[in-house]
Each structure stands twice: as C-alpha cells, then as structure tokens.
Design a protein around this ligand. Structure first.
Ligand code: NDP
Ligand code: X2W
Length: 338
C-alpha cells in the first residue's frame, strides 16, 4: 500500500525536512506540496538540493484538490493558519499530522491565554492525539488528527516525564533551561533571526511568557497524573539547528547519579529513538537524526537531566513521520533510520 501524502507550507524549513524523509519512505508518495504562490514554481526554486526531483512542484491547491490527490496531510503552517484549514481537511476524509501548535493544548482557555487569539476550532482540542509516542503511543494508532509536539516540549518532556512517573522527582519547582538553534524560528523572515541580530550573540527570550511552558506542564501532568509546575526559559543560540535542554528537579528521596541514569535507561529500554547515555549529550551528535540523547546527574539536592534533539527532526518532521508510521501501522522507524 502506498499512502499519498501532501505537505502544506512546503516552502518552510520543517516541510523541507519532511520532504527529504518522505522521499525515502517506501510506504508514502508525495502527491502535493503547497504554497500560497500562484505560479507553480519547481520545488528547487526554494529547496535547491531537490533540483533532481522533476516531479515536485509547489502549488496553490484548493481543499478539494488536496482531497483528490492525498490520503494524509502534513501541516507545516503557522499556528492559527493551520486550524483554519484542518477541519475542512478532516471533513473531506483526510488524515492530518499537524506540526503547528493548534491542537496540542487540551484546554481552549489555556490556548487563548498563551497564544493571544481565539481558537478557530475549539471542539477538536480534546480529541486530537498528542504525538509524543514515547509517552502517549496508544492514542496515535489509527488517529485522524495528530498534534505534533513543539520542539522544546519534546526535549523537556522526554527528560522529565520518566522521573515524574516513577516518583523520583517532585512535581513542583521544576526548571527547564533550554537553548535552540535559529531554524527553530522557521524560515519566514523575522528581525531576531537576521544574521547580524543572531550571529555571535546568545540571548534568553520569552521569559515566563513562552507558549511552550503550558505545553510542557500539560505533558508532565498527563504523563504523571499529578499537578506539575515548571518554569521554562528558552534561549537562542547562533547555530542552525539543535536544542539542548537542561532540566532541574528536586528528588523525592536521596538518589545517586547512577540510579537516575538507570531509571531513565529502564524507561526507554524499548524506545527506538531515545538513547540514554553516560556522557554529556551534544546537539551535534543528534543533528539530522530522529534521536533524543539524554543523561542525568545528581548535584547537591537536585537531579539534572540534560537532553538534546534536532529541533527540525525529532522536534518536528522526524517526529511527524514517526507518528505517521504509528498512525498507519507501519514499522515505527520507517524512513527514519539508515
Ligand atoms: N522550525 C522548527 O524547529 C519547528 C516548527 N514547528 C512548527 O511547524 C510549523 C512550520 O514551521 P516552519 O517550517 O519552521 O515554518 P516556516 O516559517 O519555515 O514555514 C511556514 C510556511 O507556511 C506558509 N505560511 C506562512 N504563513 C501562512 C499563512 N498565514 N497561511 C498559509 N500559509 C502560510 C509559508 O509558505 P508560503 O509563503 O510559500 O505560502 C511558509 O513557508 C509552525 O507551526 C511551527 O511553529 C514545530 C516544531 C519545530
Ligand atoms: C528558536 C525559536 O524561535 N523557536 C521557536 C519554537 C519552535 C516551535 O516548536 O514552535 P511551535 O510550538 O510554534 O510549533 C519559538 O521559540 O517560538
């Protein structure tokens, strides 16, 4: 069986990574790549390494055209723009893996507070499947709509959820200190991502106001079944890609570094994309892959868990294909490992 897939917002960074993964996927065929441009440019006019793919054009397609050509849509649009089209795609019988933030938060009031706008499709919020398989795999199987997680929440949740679930850390006073490469902000031009603004600089942003804070708390609460509170502080690092997240939590009882690492290792023993390491992780070692590397240290009265991912792969497009594979009952690692 070949599943016909379309990518919305195909001129962007996550879409480019998705296209590269899907082109080597033996169960999927790209049948639509969308843009708002009307002149049907070849994909290489935007993603030059795809020059040889003569069959791939960027097109401004209607919802009916998408429904004719595709079985499943990967949405790589900004939030709000995504929820403006997802309901119509689902109503036409398509499945959707949405990379935007629109269907991640369960509570519409939380979405409207942190995103500062009305949600166009609130009724579906409680029913989407949150696409972090390592924690929430079952609802992804056979789902119609998958909310692909945010990049920072992926790194932080994978680091903290196992220790919360097994009662090793307290659910409050959690600190998530995270750094991201500039591609995390997308290809759409913004002042802060101009070369002279970001290069040779290192800055915090969104302190106390970043929309990934409630997403991280929601994940930790859902995984552990207890009220959790975390402070999340993101930073922009002048590199193309990668996230490193350093998470601090209070242990519930005396614990050693070896015990903390062993607990993580046990939790992820059967997971193909999470590797618990003894040394300290680096973004370079997971760059271009769907892997998360993580480790733990106990220092004074804190457990510190450090995780790394590639924001565009495990933090976006790789995770989207991992979810797609689970959704369609394909081998979970298809097109994601060499
Ligand atoms: N970058 C990352 O690391 C991650 C991103 N995400 C999320 O994935 C989604 C895509 O991100 P990314 O690829 O980085 O973004 P980009 O800015 O690189 O690309 C988004 C694309 O969407 C199209 N677009 C922009 N605005 C609109 C609009 N109002 N209506 C319809 N189409 C629009 C544009 O295509 P055109 O102008 O050709 O129409 C643009 O190329 C976003 O929701 C983002 O938050 C999630 C995890 C990680
Ligand atoms: C470096 C940088 O700017 N990163 C982005 C996060 C990217 C992401 O995961 O975005 P969504 O949750 O919107 O999908 C940010 O902080 O807004």
């Amino acid at each position: 069986m070949t599943i016909r897939v379309g990518i919305l917002g195909a001129t962007g960074y996550t879409a480019f990574e998705l296209a590269k993964i899907l082109l080597r996927h033996r169960g999927a065929k790209i049948t639509a790549l969308t843009t708002r441009q009307d002149d049907r440019p070849h994909v290489s006019s935007v993603h030059s390494s795809l020059t040889g793919r003569l069959d791939l054009h960027l097109e401004n397609l209607s919802l009916d055209e998408l429904a004719e050509r595709c079985d499943c849509i990967f949405g790589c649009l900004p939030h709000a723009a995504s929820a403006a089209v997802v309901p119509s795609l689902l109503e036409r019988g398509l499945k959707v893996v949405d990379l935007s933030a629109d269907y991640r938060l369960r509570d519409v009031a939380v979405y409207e507070k942190w995103y500062g706008e009305k949600h166009p499709d609130p009724a579906r919020l409680p029913n989407s499947a949150y696409g972090l398989p390592e924690l929430f795999r079952d609802p992804i199987r056979g789902a119609e709509l998958i909310a692909n997680p945010g990049c920072y929440p992926t790194a932080a949740t994978l680091a903290l959820a196992p220790l919360l679930k097994n009662g090793m850390i307290q659910p409050t006073d959690i600190l998530v200190d995270a750094k991201s490469g500039v591609s995390g902000a997308g290809r759409t031009p913004k002042l802060g991502t101009l070369y002279c603004e970001a290069n040779e600089s290192f800055s915090a942003y969104g302190v106390g106001t970043h929309r990934h804070m409630p997403e991280i708390e929601q994940n930790l609460e859902q995984a552990s079944g207890q009220k959790c509170s975390a402070i999340f502080t993101p930073h922009l690092v002048p590199m193309d890609r990668g996230i490193l997240s350093t998470c601090y939590a209070k242990p519930t009882a005396p614990v050693t570094t070896a015990e903390a690492i062993a607990a993580l290792r046990e939790f992820y023993a059967d997971e193909p994309f999470v590797q618990v390491i003894d040394g300290l992780p680096t973004t370079k070692s997971v760059s271009g892959t769907n892997y998360c590397h993580l480790t733990a240290r106990v220092v004074n009265d804190r457990i510190i868990v450090i995780s790394v991912i590639d924001n565009l792969i495990k933090g976006a497009s790789g995770a989207a294909v991992q979810n797609f594979n689970i959704m369609y009952d394909l081998a979970e690692t298809t097109a994601l490992v060499d």
